[in-house]
Design a protein around this ligand. Sequence first.
Ligand SMILES: Nc1ncnc2c1ncn2[C@@H]1O[C@H](COP(=O)(O)OP(=O)(O)O)[C@@H](O)[C@H]1O
Ligand SMILES: [Mg+2]
Length: 412
Amino acid sequence: MSDHEDAMDVDPPAGGNNSILFSAESSKGKRSTAANLPVEAEDSLPWVEKYRPVSLDDVSGHQDILATINKFVDSNRLPHLLLYGPPGTGKTSTILALARRIYGAANVRQMVLELNASDDRGIDVVREQIKTFASTKQIFAKSTPFGQAAAGGAGGAGAGAGSREGSSLATFKLIILDEADAMTNTAQMALRRIMEKYTSNTRFCIIANYAHKLSPALLSRCTRFRFSPLKEADIRVLVNRVIDEESVQIMPAAADALVTLSRGDMRRALNVLQACHASSTPLPEKGAPPPKPDDPPVVREMITTETIYNCIAAPPPDAIREILQTLLTTTDVASCLNTINSLKVARGLALADIITALSEEIVKVEVSAKVMVAWLSGLADIEHRVASGAGEMVQTGALVGVIRSGCEMMNA
Ligand SMILES: Nc1ncnc2c1ncn2[C@@H]1O[C@H](COP(=O)(O)OP(=O)(O)O)[C@@H](O)[C@H]1O
Ligand SMILES: [Mg+2]
């Protein structure tokens, strides 16, 4: 399917009227948009958009969820959906790909209403816009002559695929409420009745980061899918593909670090990779002619683990090991504090980052449960104080205090 759609996407829009651009996708800048831009513009497109999954098959991870959703669609029994989970795990991408699968790229525009957090979604919108969209019957459901006309004869294969899928499945419209946890409470309340009233011809898909921020009444009307943080293997698949296609110069160890540090957030992985890639590319000289395809390839610096750590602003592991070693072995508290402070300055580390990294390292130290508990709860307290605005200097002192008093406990 993705082949068909790709074929269609790159076709020039008929009569200069870009028929595939519909509000949801134009704002997302997915590939169809990119394909219509000049080459330089596509080059400057953020990779998260350039590599946004086009079909459901392109979504990595979440096999169970995708299998279930596919079954719903195949049997034409799509319930109201709720997709929730941390950012960058593919919720928006999944639902946009699903919409394309159900209606075909050409029909998505008439059949899908996407409302994002950036749109006003107060009670008025729910009452007016959603209601109007949900209550109008779709005219193009069964056969899709308009769908093909709208595609402007864009590629026989693409339009064919669109109409085939559109005809079998598009008996309902889809309303996507992205980032629904930002909707006002009253708007959520107003949705309840609308969802029930128009179930015969509409399905809602609610996307949120936190399920608990949604009204329980909405939750009970939806089939819930939790998008867990992506596994490292899933992130690696796309990261490797991007490294390949963009010919990113990166050391294998740096790619490992990138995958680990992005902690299940694919968007973060791609953004960091792009930032590092950009900084490893030498700037063209002023007034130099634009690069031609047959120019020799640009020589880029190798991206190292250090570049990645710098870009994510995570303290490098050797700095953390050094800090931990100092804390555990220096009995003189004042000189311990001095060493830590100068390390912080020399390596440019922030206390909040040190604490996060340190808490991962410190659990590996073999000590009695009592000491470990004191350390961990002490770190948690400091983290809280730093997050609520306490000063670095004093809290660095507190850090030394917590670790050292644990060490004293051991010796006592
Ligand atoms: N499961 C995934 N498979 C492939 N790419 C993904 C996945 N999750 C996220 N991405 C990448 O990250 C970007 C943001 O994903 P998105 O679906 O908008 O995340 P969410 O809506 O969950 O915050 C996408 O453009 C895509 O490039
Ligand atoms: Mg999203």
